[in-house]
Design a protein around this ligand. Sequence first.
Ligand SMILES: O=C(O)C(=O)C[C@]1(C(=O)O)C=C[C@@H](O)C=C1
Length: 370
Amino acid sequence: MNDHSRDEQHDESDLEQLRQRIDHIDSELIRLISERAQCAQVVARVKLAEDPQALFYRPEREAQVLKRVMALNPGPLPGEELARLFREMMSACLALEQPIRVAYLGPEGTFTQQAALKHFGDSAVDVPLPAIDEVFREVEAGSAHYGVVPVENSTEGVVNNTLDSFMDTSLRICGEVVLRIHHHLLVGENTRRDRVSRIYSHAQSLAQCRKWLDAHYPHAERVAVSSNAEAARLVRSEWHSAAIAGDMAARRYELEHLAEKIEDLPDNSTRFLIIGNHDVPPSGEDKTSLVAAMRNQPGALHDLLEPFHRHRIDMTRLESRPSRHGVWNYVFFIDFKGHQDDPLVRAALEEVRLRAAEIRVLGSYPVGVL
Ligand SMILES: O=C(O)C(=O)C[C@]1(C(=O)O)C=C[C@@H](O)C=C1
């Protein structure tokens, strides 16, 4: 036997032993995961015994579980990867308690679907809808338990349709998800790559890739469509067209990548909100969103914001939108750190309430974990 074959023999028996060890660990994991799932079934019975209208999905608890997993992670897997595995496990446990229907801005393959999967995991039933206000309506009508809508992009700013939908709804914000957005130039398999004369995408995505397009496809016609996924669907059958969309759409419509990560700003990300019809208890690290209409007098905005400053509440966002009632009236969307049940936040809110013409807390919810 030469050295080489002895080495191989050694490797093979090592491999065999390692695989036995992995089998043993997997058996343990199966036992533990099943025990966890049984525990979730008991949790469901306890919840139902307390309240026939019990809420099964508990965003504050899920945030705590995921943060704990990341804090306990000994490696070598990155914390986010381990949390992702637990995300799926909780998703499956929740589905045992109650299958959750989640409506999102579709069609299939949008970044919003990716955000919904990131937040709820694979076991939630997802329902694609063609417009943001339809997502609101579906949740209001109770046909979906929760909805996922985009609210702001780091390069392009707010999604006005989402903010406007919050003006006329009694739904609450139950969570947020932030997604890194990577755009790719995608084509169908029959496309002549050197003959791309038209590029489809959502207007925001075209804007987010403007410089790259100017440099690489200055003469191609840019066509804005209703979503990136719709762009991906269209180019399947067009030989001279490409789409700008993400991985989810590329997979869904079986497209090839002509160029990857073509967004102009490398840390391009979009924030999505989870909407539902109940308040969420504190998780320990929360945000609150509200909408306020100002009195029509000088210094009104300063007066409105002053209590936040005095109570040292960290405001993370301020957007104004034209009010739908009365010409030239504006409403303000304000996000800040903290939960509406925190004594400090409650004190600030009481003062703000006295100074505004109208305020509505849209929800307190856990800061996005993954
Ligand atoms: O703790 C609960 O309330 C559960 O229902 C259990 C569990 C879990 O699997 O850990 C499942 C679903 C909830 O959204 C939160 C957590």
